[in-house]
Design a protein around this ligand. Structure first.
Ligand code: ADP
Length: 541
């Protein structure tokens, strides 16, 4: 029934109205035509264009060995069979020639009369292309790209159909896998659009985030996701044109759900292009970042509120300080009068006073002296906060010597200074002397009752800074108190054991900070303390 061609690239039915030679010629023309029209057939068409000789048929068929290429008679019976067809569909030529091509179709397609429909379309239009599941001889299915072209004789009479089938199962499966993957992504809205922005695919994440089912949105324009004001401002168009021009667009903003509610979206739109670079559409990935946005807004609101409160606190602190300063200032005159008259009372009228009277006068003198110290310290604390003189390079040893001079009498041998004469710090000279004075007087004051104070002053360079250490062998400070002693009026002892106002360390802290430095303490109760300050190194003088 079938005749074998010497070239073995084609088997033709014996009773076929068309000779093998003509079949080759029409198949060749058909192939060239089909390849020129189809996107899925990729052999170099140009190489064959113009070579319309049946002799090159073998070459062409080899090149397209992935294809089943055969001819049908006008009613759809198979008239020729090539090796590609045998490989693809599993039938030998003698098993298939003469049979109707509907044997390759699934039961579902047969029920829809698909084979007849395809032939009708091809004979009417000239060309029919389709993709779908087809059946091999062993019953397995493969995803086929099918091109059917009508074949006419020289008088324009239909003599049959040329059919090219390609197995695209792999591509189809990977597309399916890819689609399933995209569709199953729930956290991201992923969809594609045509070049004009009409939605062409829709995943479950898109449905979840935007609220549209696929059939409600596919075919609609994506500007539906934009709030009215953005749509009127032409934002959707800007997004597409930016993606087209630059490859992609990324942005954040409010978008609209189907029910009209808004969500904060992070959006990436990517332009999709074919092999020739022509724009085929866009993909769009949207993330719902509403929670993060609300949280950030809340944080921003809190920090703005905090800044406001800090500003208010600074303001009220400044007012409080101004108040304390003026009160302290105004207290000085009556205080001077009290201590002056108390001194006079003691010096001029001591004989007229009994012992009790004399004790009272002494109490008044002591109290007014303490109050004078307190007022002085408070004034100093306020002054430190207000000094705005620029910092200069100050020789550290000079500042220590000045503080030592101000201290007056110090028990011999109780204060040792080991500071290089060349060390300089960036500081305000009077403030620095005041700070060192406060640290030295504390170190000398808080010694163990029955022992003489032992104080060592040293200094070291630390990167861009100079650290000054004032180490004593005194009573030490428990860890839980080491923070609060830097606050105004914080004292750990009664007046009877150690005199003081509780302002000295507050001045140290404030003054070092004003000089762009810092201060601290390392101490163990009963084992002495090392108070330190760190200031930026100054150029040597
Ligand atoms: P004042 O010395 O006038 O009491 P300060 O502000 O200078 O106030 O110090 C606060 C408190 O810190 C002191 O009352 C004392 O309890 C503690 N203190 C400061 N320096 C030392 C030190 N060298 N050794 C032990 N305790 C100290």
């Amino acid at each position: 029934m079938a005749e074998c061609d010497p070239c073995s690239d084609l088997t033709v039915r014996q009773d076929c109205r068309i000779s093998p030679h003509s079949i080759k010629r029409v198949l060749l023309e058909f192939l060239i035509d089909a390849m020129a029209k189809s996107h899925t057939i990729v052999p170099p068409v140009a190489a064959f264009r113009g070579i319309k000789s049946p002799d090159v048929f073998g070459r062409l068929v080899d090149t397209v060995s992935d294809y089943a290429i055969f001819v049908l008679d006008p009613s759809g019976n198979i008239s020729s069979w090539n090796p590609g067809a045998q490989r693809l569909k599993g039938y030998l030529a003698n098993e298939v020639i003469g049979k109707h091509f509907s044997i390759f179709y699934t039961a579902a397609d047969l029920a829809k009369d698909k084979p007849a429909h395809e032939l009708t379309m091809a004979s009417k239009v000239g060309h029919f292309e389709d993709e779908g599941w087809r059946v091999r001889k062993d019953g397995t299915r493969f995803w086929a790209n099918v091109i059917i072209t009508r074949l006419l004789d020289d008088d324009g009479q239909l003599i049959g159909f040329g059919k090219i089938t390609r197995d695209l199962t792999e591509r189809r499966l990977s597309e399916l896998r890819y689609r399933l993957l995209i569709e199953s992504v729930n956290d991201y809205a992923i969809f594609s659009m045509d070049p004009h922005g009409h939605v062409t695919s829709w995943n479950s994440g898109a449905q979840r985030i935007k609220g549209y089912a696929p059939d409600e949105i596919i075919g609609k324009h994506f500007s539906a996701f934009y709030p009215d004001e953005d749509r009127k401002a032409g934002m959707p168009e800007t997004v597409l044109r930016t993606a087209e021009r630059e490859g992609h667009f990324e942005g954040e903003g409010w978008r609209k759900r189907k029910d009209g509610t808004k969500f904060w979206a992070n959006v990436v739109v990517t332009a999709l292009r074919d092999e020739e670079g022509a724009l085929t559409g866009f993909s769009k990935v949207t993330r719902d970042l509403t929670d993060r946005k609300l949280l950030l807004d809340e944080l921003k609101r809190h920090s703005a509120e905090l800044e406001l409160r800090i500003a208010e606190r600074d303001q009220s602190n400044a007012e409080l300080e101004a108040f304390a300063y003026s009160v302290s200032h105004d207290l000085r005159a009556p205080l001077r009068a009290i201590s002056g008259f108390a001194d006079a009372l003691q010096e001029d009228c001591a004989q007229q006073l009994d012992r009790r009277g004399q004790e009272y006068v002494k109490e008044i003198i002591d109290a007014s002296r303490r109050m004078n110290m307190l007022v002085q310290d408070l004034l100093e604390y306020g002054r430190v906060g207000r000094i705005s003189a620029p910092l200069a390079s100050v020789n550290l040893l000079n500042a220590i010597n000045e503080a030592r001079r101000q201290l007056g009498d110090v028990p011999p041998g109780s204060l040792k200074v080991d500071v290089p004469a060349v060390l300089c710090v960036c500081a305000h000279p009077q403030m620095l002397t005041q700070v060192i004075f406060n640290l030295l007087s504390n170190a000398l004051k808080f010694h163990k009752k029955d022992l003489l104070p032992e104080v060592q002053v040293s200094a070291e360079k630390r990167d861009e800074y100079v650290r000054l250490n004032v180490r004593d062998s005194g009573i030490g400070i428990a860890p839980e108190h080491q923070e609060r002693i830097w606050n105004v009026f914080e004292r750990l002892h009664g007046r009877e054991s150690y005199a003081g106002t509780g302002i000295g360390l507050a001045i140290v802290k404030r003054a070092t900070e004003r000089m762009d430095g810092s201060s601290g303490v390392i101490s163990h109760p009963g084992d002495g303390s090392t108070f330190w300050i760190e200031l930026p190194q100054g150029p040597s003088k």
